[in-house]
Design a protein around this ligand. Structure first.
Ligand code: ITT
Length: 210
């Protein structure tokens, strides 16, 4: 039976996406989203780094459920904005803002930045925390440029304005498996996969160390 792992997010889309990433590389786990634990309070993402927030989300979930937990935190870092919105990516246009408002604000802020200085990157930190407190954190990034007119309807967040280096389409114009293959999140979780295998899957097998 596949080892159970809690994914510290209430975003059902993320549960499906990460299950696909892990299954595609042969990690035999069954992910459970936080929707299965409606009584647990939301974690306040108040760290100054993606790693700090990912680690906090996974730690809270592992402590509350007694199961091994994974979490990620990610965002867009724009060169011309000194790496912002960064950890503030989800709430750049205000506490309850939406993806469209966040994207419009970033594009407005860099509207007079010349093409050669419109570089940026998505970054992601992925964390695994065991109920014992043992922890591993990995990182992934994808570099590209921010175009002026959003294109595409796939993905979410800042995808319609982000063209990865070496591509002509935005990440919102890519099919999900194509984006996962090169994305910051795909990379961070592929780096984390060997630790999930070693610390979770192997230990839940008969005779495995707990
Ligand atoms: P959690 O429940 O897991 O916290 P979230 O919706 O807060 O999920 P993240 O912290 O991972 O999502 O992402 C923060 C923001 O960064 C997200 O709202 C987007 O604006 C942006 N972002 C992250 N990954 C992205 C991607 O692959 N494509 C476009 N935008 C992305």
């Amino acid at each position: 039976m596949a080892a159970r792992l809690v994914l510290a997010t209430r975003n059902a889309h993320k549960v499906g996406e990460l299950q696909a990433i892990l299954t595609s590389i042969g990690v035999d786990v069954s992910l459970v989203g936080m929707d299965a634990y409606p009584d647990l309070p939301d974690v306040v993402e108040d760290g100054l780094t993606f790693a700090a927030n990912a680690s906090k989300k996974a730690r809270v979930a592992a402590e509350a459920t007694g199961l091994p937990a994974v979490a990620d935190d990610s965002g867009l870092c724009v060169d011309a904005l000194n790496g912002m919105p960064g950890v503030f990516s989800a709430r750049w246009a205000g506490t309850h803002s939406d993806d469209a408002a966040n994207l419009a604000l970033v594009l407005a802020q860099i509207s007079d930045v010349p093409d050669e200085h419109r570089g940026g990157r998505f970054e992601c930190a992925a964390a695994l925390v065991l109920a014992s407190g043992e922890e591993r954190v990995t990182q992934g990034r994808i570099d590209g440029v921010l175009i002026r007119e959003p294109r595409g309807t796939g993905g979410f967040g800042y995808d319609p304005a982000f063209v990865p280096h070496g591509y002509e389409v935005t990440t919102a114009e890519m099919a999900p498996p194509a984006k996962n293959a090169i994305s910051h999140r795909g990379r961070a979780f592929r780096e984390l996969a060997p630790f999930i295998d070693e610390l979770v899957v192997a230990r839940q097998q008969p005779g495995g160390k707990r």
